[in-house]
Design a protein. Sequence first.
Length: 77
Amino acid sequence: MYVAGLALVKELLPADLHMISMQIGASFGSFGAALFPFLIGTIMSYKGPKTLVYMLVGQTVTIMVLWFLLPSKPRHH
């Protein structure tokens, strides 16, 4: 997702916004990489390890939906 996001930033935004938008994307990516394991571990400590499967399926479905929402290049005839 990160690499696809960088490619889209390069294509969709003006050159002067590339660096700051990539930095913001990296910040959100790092935040998510730290937050979700913490949340899953906290929920598992209360509900048990059986919830791990449901959390991972939910994350996978979310990533797939976000992947399909990425804009594609317009086709030139």
